[in-house]
Design a protein around this ligand. Structure first.
Ligand code: DAK
Length: 270
């Protein structure tokens, strides 16, 4: 039995709930909840998000997580007030990256449902997720240059890989805000939804993923992410090993047998 106490909502900066998907695994919904600070991401908040995603990874009933904010702000960046007085040594010792590194290694899919501002660390958190669903009025940006710094949680790398050098340069060096339509066209956003439907649409994608065999989903995620830090040759080798491995799962037998017998598969997630 998995430990499901992480769903108990004992957090200071986030709300956590479970959406049950009948006949499938559940979706874990994390809502960033610092309305007075435009959902700015302080160290404690990032620790809470990392703890929930880590626990969801170990929860047999959870298939996918969705991170959202409010209609006004997904997150307007890392908490500037928390960083304002820090010098290089203090910011180094604080290990602000620890939770970000934990989130990067989460195995089950994580979807960002973005509305309002996704700026600086907010944009980086959305990019750390596996997919972004954005409302029509969402605004993305990496405005760190306006504060005398640069993106610090992967922005220069993930944005560049998603939208290409020319556009990443223009966005990061000017610090301007970018619409969800432009980010969709540039390839950063998977889906743009009406302002009152972005969360519903993100949850619908999560539900679809939760209905798939979980080990195959995880290995597909791992293999796609591999494409960002390896050669095509090594990536294909990695994919092939995962492909071979899946042939020893119960779900592979069930999935192919169900196809042959013209019936719906019953996944065991093993
Ligand atoms: N941090 C702290 N507080 C913030 C904030 C932020 N990023 N963004 C907004 N707030 C606060 C405001 O200070 C204000 O608080 P009070 O004055 O009421 O106490 C409240 O939220 C409402 O904000 P505004 O009054 O400014 O609201 P407006 O509608 O007028 O403007 C805005 C909304 C989003 C355009 C504006 O708030 C804004 O420009 N915010 C800052 C955006 C920004 O520069 N973001 C980038 C921050 S730097 C790292 C990981 C990540 C990072 C760095 C390191 N490591 C792992 C090491 C990332 C760095 C950043 O994100």
């Amino acid at each position: 039995m998995s430990d499901r106490s992480y769903l108990s909502n004992s957090y200071k900066n986030i709300l956590v709930s479970e959406t049950e998907n009948p006949g499938a695994l559940s979706t874990v919904l994390i809502t960033i909840n610092r309305p007075d600070a435009m959902n700015a991401l302080n160290i404690e908040l990032m620790g809470e998000v990392a703890a929930v995603l880590t626990a969801a990874d170990k929860d047999d009933k959870a298939g996918c997580s969705v991170i959202t904010g409010s209609d006004k702000a997904f997150a307007a960046g890392a908490d500037i007030k928390e960083m304002a007085d820090a010098d290089s040594v203090q910011i180094y010792i604080r290990e602000m990256f620890a939770s970000w590194d934990v989130i990067r290694l989460v195995k089950k899919p994580v979807i960002a449902a973005v509305s309002g501002y996704a700026l600086g660390g907010g944009c980086e958190l959305a990019m750390l997720c596996d997919m972004i669903v954005a409302s029509e009025s969402a605004k993305f940006g990496q405005p760190e240059v306006n504060l005398g710094v640069i993106p610090g949680a992967g922005g220069t790398q993930r944005l560049t890989r998603a939208v290409g050098k020319a556009r990443a340069m223009e966005i990061i060096l000017t610090g301007r805000m970018v619409t969800s339509a432009e980010m969709y066209e540039a390839g950063l956003v998977a889906k743009v939804s009406a302002d009152d439907k972005y969360l519903e649409d993100a949850l619908a994608i999560a539900k679809s993923i939760c209905g798939k065999p979980s080990i195959a989903v995880r290995l597909a995620k791992e293999s796609i992410l591999k494409a960002f830090d390896t050669t095509v040759e090594a990536g294909i080798e990695f994919e092939r090993k995962n492909f071979y491995f899946l042939f020893s799962t119960e779900d592979k037998k069930e999935g192919m047998q169900a196809f042959v017998e013209k019936r719906k598969p019953g996944w065991k997630h093993r």
